[in-house]
Design a binder for this molecule. Structure first.
Ligand code: C2E
Ligand code: MG
Ligand code: MG
Ligand code: MG
Length: 276
């Protein structure tokens, strides 16, 4: 019996050592732990009126450093979280942070709005909208202060998407279609999605002023947005020539990009809004 117990203890003991040694340091597991411990941060990029450069809103962008403290690109870790099915935890974390910081921002800039990126999985989670509403009520943040961005890619289950957008807008949120032009939604689908703002992907912005054929598409996209009565935000404006070209086409067009401001802390955003 003693020998048997010894063997059992031995097995358990080496099992524990083995477990400790093989603790999973893969990126998905590092990310999962970081989310659980809320070790992700949020930065804000101004959205401006392109003609004047005046800040009208901001987009919240999530940031994460891995266990070696090296920044991982959001495109990469967002895709991991989507694959692993815990992107909803990241959305919640970002919304929680943004609503905390927005309460402060609204004191210096009443009526200000921050938009948050959503994933398709958030929309198929039927607790998402009620949880968002509860969060806003608890923190006394108006729904008008939070915009929600949805990429074309994530517009998979169309009935759910359409219904969620309807609910979010009815509650007072501004809904954006993000990265427009990179997905595969048809014009018909876009007009069916009753959104407020079209964000034109920076791939189009990069063609402005070049003699690539795509450059001709930019004014067409702007015209189409106008025809659908959507506001437009052009992404990835890096050069003054791009800004000049865009505001020449449409004086009220909005944009974001390094020319107007890189993503920065809530504190930096607040300082910029106070100067306004
Ligand atoms: P996005 O929503 O289209 O965000 C805009 C991206 O363009 C950001 O990259 C921003 O830093 C970058 N950008 C802004 N201005 C310029 C510019 O002038 N030039 C260039 N080259 N890039 C510019 P970032 O922060 O790396 O985020 C990449 C993508 O990751 C986002 O694209 C969004 O799809 C996703 N993402 C970021 N934060 C979140 C989040 O909290 N939740 C979800 N679900 N996705 C997020
Ligand atoms: Mg976005
Ligand atoms: Mg975008
Ligand atoms: Mg983009």
């Amino acid at each position: 019996i003693a020998a048997a117990i010894g063997t059992i203890i031995g097995v358990l003991f080496s099992g524990t050592i083995l477990f400790m040694r093989t603790r999973d340091h893969s990126l998905p597991n590092q990310l999962r732990r970081a989310v659980r411990q809320k070790r992700l941060s949020v930065v804000y990029q101004p959205i401006v009126e392109v003609l004047t450069g005046s800040v009208v809103a901001a987009e919240a962008l999530v940031r994460w450093n891995d266990d070696d403290d090296k920044p991982v690109r959001p495109d990469i870790f967002i895709a991991i979280a989507e694959e692993q099915g815990f992107i909803g935890d990241i959305t919640t974390l970002v919304l929680d942070r943004v609503t905390d910081e927005l309460a402060d921002i609204l004191r210096s800039a009443p009526g200000f709005r921050v938009s948050v990126n959503m994933s398709a999985q958030d929309l198929t989670d039927d607790t998402f909208i009620p949880r968002l509403q509860t969060m806003l009520q608890t923190k006394h943040v108006p729904a008008a202060g939070i915009g929600l961005e949805l990429t074309e890619r994530s517009t998979a289950e169309r009935d759910i998407v359409i219904e969620s957008i309807r609910q979010l807008r009815a509650y007072g949120h501004t809904v954006y279609i993000d990265d427009f032009g990179t997905g595969y939604s048809s014009l018909a689908y876009l007009s069916e999605l009753d959104v407020d703002v079209l964000k034109v992907d920076r791939a189009f912005t990069q063609t402005i002023g070049t003699n690539s054929v795509t450059a001709n598409i930019v004014p067409q996209i702007l015209a189409m947005g106008k025809a659908l009565q959507l506001k437009i935000v052009v992404e990835g404006i890096e050069l003054q020539e791009q800004a000049t070209y865009l505001s020449g086409i449409d004086a009220i067009i909005q944009g974001q990009g390094w020319l107007f401001g890189k993503p920065a802390s809530a504190q930096a955003l607040r300082e910029r809004l106070i100067q306004r």
